[in-house]
Ligand binder design. Sequence first.
Ligand SMILES: NC(=O)C1=CN([C@@H]2O[C@H](COP(=O)(O)OP(=O)(O)OC[C@H]3O[C@@H](n4cnc5c(N)ncnc54)[C@H](O)[C@@H]3O)[C@@H](O)[C@H]2O)C=CC1
Ligand SMILES: C[N+](C)(C)CC(=O)CC(=O)[O-]
Length: 486
Amino acid sequence: MTQKTAAIIGGGVIGGGWAARFLLMGWDVRVFDPDPEAARKIDEVLNNARRSLPGLSDVALPAEGQLSVHGTMSAAVTGVDWVQESVPERLELKRKVYQTLQEHCPHDAVIGSSTSGFKPSELQGCATRPEQIVVAHPFNPVYLLPLVELVPSDKTAPQIIQRAKEVLTEIGMYPLHVRAEIDAHIADRFLEAVWREALWLIKDGVATTEEIDNAIRYGFGLRWAQMGLFETYRIAGGEAGMRHFIEQFGPCLEWPWTKLMDVPELTDDLIDAVADQSDAQSGMYTIRELERARDNNLVTILRGLKAQDWGAGKLLNAQDRRVEGAIGLPDDLGQPIVTVERAVPLDWTDYNGHMNEARYLQAFGDATDRMMALVGCDAAYIATGGSYFTAETHIRHLDEVHAGAVIRIETQVLNGAGKKMHVFHRMYEGTRELATGEHMLIHVSLETRRACEPAPALAATLAKVAAAHAALPMPEGAGKAVGVKG
Ligand SMILES: NC(=O)C1=CN([C@@H]2O[C@H](COP(=O)(O)OP(=O)(O)OC[C@H]3O[C@@H](n4cnc5c(N)ncnc54)[C@H](O)[C@@H]3O)[C@@H](O)[C@H]2O)C=CC1
Ligand SMILES: C[N+](C)(C)CC(=O)CC(=O)[O-]
């Protein structure tokens, strides 16, 4: 596969997030930003991304790409596959940037704009090749949140839209094709309405910033994160569903519950109230601390959604399957088999700042599942009523490991005769051995819940692997129990 390169024009909050996502998905990234502090700021965003994003995946991501910072826009955009403009939200500045970058970037590169509000036709105003430009509006933090609103104008070329969808999917995002050009696209139109009502509540002295945040995060924010608005309210309509819900509650939209289209005047007093209340609510944390808390929470929520294969979690599972490709036994059975290669997720770490002991068993359990699938005890086999149960486990913790580190588990089959599958896993970070896990599994009938012989094809494959692994040295630590001195 040829190495792909993205140019990030404007490396602030959003440009830095794009840079991190492209890099961690294996792309090379070139940045142009006149701010002398840009490289340092991107580095900080990248560090946050390195500890959080890789652990969203249950398989190894591609090797991180190369980051370079350039003194001119031409050096940044020459020969790239994707240009992401993330300069401040000023139309004249954005238009000027397109004029310069189109003098140097390839004609078939996608030019995405992070703009929160401008329509693509406004951005294309004085561009040399308007057909190359599309709005690709992300959400902060770009390296964790999958949504990108992809907004073309009628001048945007269909092949640019198609290519943009492919690339965004490849880097783990969800391109939502916005079919009509409107100010602020879909999501920000929605968010601005929430924001406007929040400002009214503060201005009228009804609620503080903290009370408003609590109203969101203890209640409907949790619902929105997994079902959005309509699916949530479909359930609220009871068994009669959405039609009943909208007939019952629709009329209240006409009642004076909200200020609706009136925008509160942004007076100095209102700005002071919002800023002071926010300081009282969150001023004890630095922005970096808040970013880390946000990332920890997002990773935990997203991994929960993965376990349910729902919403954004379903998207992440599909991404894992794409990255992983086909699963099969390696041709060379003369070596232990790599059964897990993944980063340590943030929610696997504990109060000691390293991977929690329970997660070692989880990782070894995943390695065992993979070994089972490799010898033929996969989902299709289990559906026929046979499987393995673990009868005994012995884990040795040899060294610690931290969030974001890539761990690899190599598995040796010590015995694969009859009902038994005896495996020995070794966990590494690079060449550093972190732990070993020894497990005895017994083949069972899922109907009787009792031990029974595996199907002949499974037994034969397992025996073949066990015979090949028998030529390997017995691993250090195999067969050991917890020692008791004196
Ligand atoms: N901050 C947010 O929550 C979100 C912002 N956006 C959009 O992303 C864009 C960027 O916003 P932020 O990253 O928040 O702003 P920011 O102020 O953090 O970053 C803008 C960066 O652009 C650089 N810059 C200024 N002029 C430049 C030029 N001529 N060439 C290259 N770089 C230049 C600045 O030095 C700065 O580092 C805006 O269009 C905004 O609407 C989109 C989604 C969310
Ligand atoms: C405040 N904002 C309009 C720039 C926000 C966005 O565009 C999206 C987000 O991340 O909330």
